[in-house]
Ligand binder design. Structure first.
Ligand code: NAD
Length: 497
C-alpha cells in the first residue's frame, strides 16, 4: 500500500479502458439495439465508459444461454469438488486483479480506494471462496421411513437465477448472490445497477478464464425498468436474488405473480436504530461506531445506523463525540489513499440527500453538523457528514431511508422507549445496542424486530452468519449456509425395496 500514492492511482486510472459490453455465452457483446449509456465517475462527473443498454431482447438471449448451459449439465451436474476447484480459481483471480477491480469500483462509485482495495474486493473474493469450500460439504438427507422404503432428500440447484443488485457495494452484493448460486450449480444472469456496472462486467471474464463454462455466468448491464423488469417477468427464470430498495423489491414480487411464480429473495432497505443507553461504559467507542455506522460509504449502506436513539443523561456527551468524529471525515478525492469519505454515487442521489437535509431543517430538527454539498469545484457529488439533533421518530428524516451521510438523533427516556421507537419503522434490517447491563442487552436483542442485532459493536459480520431483513427489509438471507435456500430446491426420492 505504501507506494500506492494518489498519483499512482490517478496514473493507473488514466490508462484504464473499462469494458462496457454485456457478457453472454462466454463473450462480450453489445446490446442488440446497439444502445449504450454512460458510466459516470461521481468524483468528477466525467464519463468513464459507454455501457451496453440491454433490454428485453438481450434478456431473452441471456436466459436462453443460461438455460442451455443448465440443461447441458456442464456445470449443474459437475461434481461439486470440481465446481469448487473452478470457483476457488475464480476467487484467486479476483484477488490477483485486486488493484484493477478496486480502481474500477472506486472510479464508478466514488468510494475511497483504500476501502475498495482492503474491503470490497477482498471480501468479494472471500465470499466466492467460502461458498466454493462449502459446496462439497452440503449433504442431503435420508428420511426415516418404513423398512421397505428408502427416501432420499436431495438438494438440487433451482435452474436459471437472475441476480439483480444495487450500486452501493457493487462487487460485494454481486458476490453474495454469485457465491451460493454458482456453487449450487445454477446458471446466473447478473444485472448490475446502471450506476455501477464496471466490476460486474469485468469479473465475468475472470470467471470464464477460471473455467466457468459459457452461459453459466452472464452479465447484463441495463436499466432497472427495462433489463431488470424483463428478468423479473421472464417465464424461464426460476429465481431472483434481489438486493435494492423495498419499492423495487415489491415490484419483483409482482413480476413473479404476473409470470411464472419464480422464487424471489429480497434484501431491501433499512432505517436501522442505533441505541446508546446511559449505562454505556465506552462512550468514545460508541460515538465512533455511531459515526462510522452512518458516515462510512457516505451513508450509502443498507444497514446504516441512521437513527440514533440515545438516553437523555448522556445525550450531550455522546453527540459532542459523534460530531468530533464527523468533523474528521472530510469528503475528498476517492483515489487519495488517505481519503476516508468519498462521493455520493450520482447527481440525483446527491440531490435526494440534500433535499432530505432541507426536510430535516423544515421539520424542526436541529442541525449540529454538516448539511452542505462540498468540493463542488471537482465536478463531483460530495456531501458533508450531517447530524440532526432533537429529531423525533415521526419526522421524515427518521422514517425514510435517505441513503446518505445523515444521522437523526432522537432522545429517549429509557430502554422501554428506545425499544418502542426502534421497532416503530416499516424496516427491520439491523440494529445496534450499547449497554453494559447484560439483561438490557438480552432484552433488546430479543425485542428488536431486525435480522441482525449488534451489542456493543456495529456493522460486524463475516460469511458464517446470515444477513437479511425482517418486515419491509425483505426476506431470505444472504451469507452463511442459509443463502443456499434461495438457490436450491429439495427433492424427495422414494425407493421401494
Ligand atoms: P434500486 O432498488 O433502485 O435498484 C436495485 C436494482 O434494481 C438495480 O439493479 C436496478 O437497476 C434494479 N431496478 C430498478 N428499478 C427496477 C424495476 N422497475 N424493475 C426491475 N429492476 C429494477 O436500489 P439502489 O438505489 O440501486 O440501491 C439502494 C437500495 O438498495 C437501498 O434501498 C438499500 O437499502 C438497498 N440495499 C440493501 C442491501 C441489503 O442487503 N439489504 C444491501 C445494499 C443495498
Amino acid at each position: 500500500m505504501n507506494d500506492m500514492s494518489k498519483d499512482y492511482w490517478h496514473a493507473r486510472a488514466a490508462e484504464l479502458k473499462p469494458e462496457g459490453r454485456a457478457f453472454i455465452e462466454g463473450r462480450y457483446v453489445p446490446a442488440l439495439s446497439g444502445k449504450t449509456f454512460a458510466a459516470v465517475n461521481p468524483a468528477n462527473g466525467r464519463v468513464l465508459a459507454q455501457i451496453a443498454a440491454c433490454d428485453s431482447v438481450d434478456v431473452d438471449v441471456a436466459v436462453r444461454s443460461a438455460r442451455k448451459a443448465f440443461d447441458s449439465g456442464a456445470w449443474s451436474r459437475m461434481a461439486p469438488a470440481e465446481r469448487k476447484r473452478i470457483l476457488l480459481a475464480f476467487a484467486e483471480s479476483i484477488l490477483a486483479h485486486r488493484e484493477e477491480l478496486a480502481l474500477l469500483e472506486s472510479l464508478n462509485v466514488g468510494k475511497p480506494i483504500t476501502n475498495a482495495l482492503t474491503g470490497d474486493i477482498v471480501s468479494s473474493a472471500g465470499c466466492i471462496q467460502w461458498y466454493a469450500e462449502a459446496i462439497d460439504k452440503l449433504y442431503g438427507e435420508v428420511a426415516p421411513t418404513p423398512d421397505n422404503f428408502t427416501a432420499m432428500v436431495l438438494r438440487e440447484p433451482i435452474g436459471v437465477v437472475a441476480a439483480v443488485v444495487p450500486w452501493n457495494y457493487p462487487l460485494s452484493m454481486a458476490s453474495w448472490k454469485l457465491g451460493p448460486a454458482l456453487a449450487a450449480g445454477n446458471s446466473v444472469i447478473l444485472k448490475p445497477a446502471e450506476q455501477s456496472p464496471l466490476t460486474a462486467i469485468r469479473i465475468a471474464q475472470l470467471a470464464a478464464d477460471a473455467g466457468v463454462p459459457p452461459g453459466v455466468l452472464n452479465v447484463l448491464p441495463g436499466y432497472g425498468g427495462t433489463a431488470g423488469r424483463a428478468l423479473g417477468l421472464h417465464g424461464d427464470v426460476d429465481a431472483v436474488g434481489f438486493t435494492g430498495s423495498s419499492e423495487v423489491g415489491k415490484l419483483f414480487m409482482q413480476y413473479s405473480g404476473q409470470s411464472n411464480m419464480k422464487r424471489v429473495g429480497l434484501e431491501c432497505g433499512g432505517k436501522s436504530p442505533h441505541i446508546v443507553l446511559a449505562d454505556c461504559d465506552d462512550l468514545d467507542g460508541a460515538a465512533r461506531a455511531v459515526a462510522m455506522g452512518i458516515f462510512s460509504n457516505a451513508g450509502q449502506v443498507c444497514n446504516a445506523g441512521s437513527r440514533l436513539l440515545v438516553e437523555a443523561p448522556i445525550r450531550d456527551a455522546l453527540l459532542e463525540r459523534i460530531v468530533a468524529v464527523g468533523r474528521e471525515l472530510v469528503p475528498g478525492d476517492p483515489l487519495d489513499p488517505t481519503t476516508r469519505l468519498g462521493a455520493i454515487v450520482s447527481q440525483s442521489q446527491m440531490d435526494r440527500v440534500l433535499s432530505y437535509i432541507d426536510i430535516g431543517r423544515n421539520e424542526g430538527a436541529r442541525l449540529v453538523l454538516g448539511g452542505q454539498r462540498v468540493n463542488q469545484d471537482s465536478g463531483g457529488f460530495f456531501v458533508e457528514p450531517t447530524v440532526f439533533d432533537s429529531a423525533h421518530n415521526a419526522m421524515r428524516i427518521a422514517r425514510d431511508e435517505i441513503f446518505g451521510p445523515v444521522l437523526a438523533a432522537i432522545t429517549v427516556a429509557d430502554v422501554d422507549e428506545a425499544l418502542a421507537v426502534a421497532n416503530d419503522t416499516i424496516y427491520g434490517l439491523a440494529a445496534g445496542v450499547w449497554t453494559r447491563d447484560i439483561r438490557k442487552a438480552q432484552r433488546a436483542a430479543k425485542a428488536i424486530r431486525a435480522g441482525v442485532v449488534w451489542i456493543n459493536c456495529f456493522d460486524r459480520g463475516n460469511m458464517s452468519a446470515p444477513f437479511g431483513g425482517f418486515k419491509q427489509s425483505g426476506f431470505g438471507r444472504d451469507k452463511s449456509m442459509h443463502a443456499f435456500d434461495k438457490y436450491m430446491d429439495w427433492k424427495a426420492v422414494w425407493i421401494a425395496s
